[in-house]
Write a protein that binds this ligand. Sequence first.
Ligand SMILES: Cc1ncc(COP(=O)(O)O)c(C=O)c1O
Length: 398
Amino acid sequence: MEKDIKSLFLSNVAQVVGNPSALVVYRAEGNYLYDQEGTPYLDFISGISVANTGHGHPTIISSVINQVKRHMHVMVYGEFAIEPQAKLATKTLEKLHPCMNRVYFVNSGTEAIEASMKISKKYTGRSQFISFKNSYHGSTQGSLSIQGSNKYKGGYYPLLPDTHQANFNDLAVLEQITTKTAGVVIECIQAGSGYIPANQEWIKAVRARCTEVGALMILDEIQTGMGRTGNWFAHLDYGFCPDIMCLAKAYGGGLPLGAFVAPEHIMKVIQADPILGHITTFGGNPVSCAASLGVFEVLEEDVTLMESIPYKEQIIQSKLIHPNIEKISGKGLMYCLWLKPAIDGFKVIAKLEKQGVISNSFLFAENAIRITPPLTITMDQLNFGLNTILEVIDDLSE
Ligand SMILES: Cc1ncc(COP(=O)(O)O)c(C=O)c1O
């Protein structure tokens, strides 16, 4: 039966691409995935910025098991005080500016973005959204409407009206943000376009403009959160406070979990006129919250995981030099390697997998490959992965 997993996957699971690698992932531990034969694959993408503390961390597993033994799903919103939710909200707020004082749990990043858009409409009484070219915030109809490219919108129109995409890092956006704007959806490191860091002065100017016109600044920390850039959340290094912050991915420690965080006066709109402004059967599932608490525990106990990021970043920057590498962009342990047109990025990714390194492409960065290893990656593993990338590019250059 196990031998047929690949064909069962290809014939019974709906596919979103025409030629998946269909690598059979049998188990994952530490910084590696393993196939059925026990072949290790170094994880250079962390399941797209999820496995920040590696796979199967014992602290996270025991937190999950303890919670599973106590209880799994109960009604998660509106009525009951659920211990892992209460503790996780408290732990999350502990890391943030004191103005952020309420957390609402959902299932995913997309749902956090959707709910933030709803809240912004109700709070401001406006409906216009500004987001940025080549950004990705989710695949549902609201989040797709603010997606920063029309590339993946085909066939899904009509989407939300009055949604506009401005140029990232361009001050011209300040004029687009007006008293008609409900919300500006923004990232500190724009992920979909190839990990492009926001210029500090620019993002602070956007913050100030939102305040000036009464628009809400919705910060997407879905990929950048939980230590990935060397701080708990990327905006803490930029020195501004958003109105709403969205979390998911590594926040759930490998289980599905999202959240949005805001000051009480903003969060209040989901509580009245009408009540139940955003409800969800599973959002804030106690087991997911327990896993998240495990991630906080690991990152708090082993401070070297975040502290070593600048050094690891230097290694990435100094190693990835090759005549067929155009440039690299990124911050922390989220890097994009841009290839020259002579090399096909998809071939690099396929060959890397054969050589035991898992990478991936970007939605909007053409001919580029993703480097987002777990924060637990050792120097030897990092060097191995980077050397393998250089070898593969060398081979394909011949
Ligand atoms: C920056 C960013 N925002 C939002 C999302 C959507 O999150 P989710 O896939 O959890 O719905 C993603 C997912 O890749 C993302 O990278």
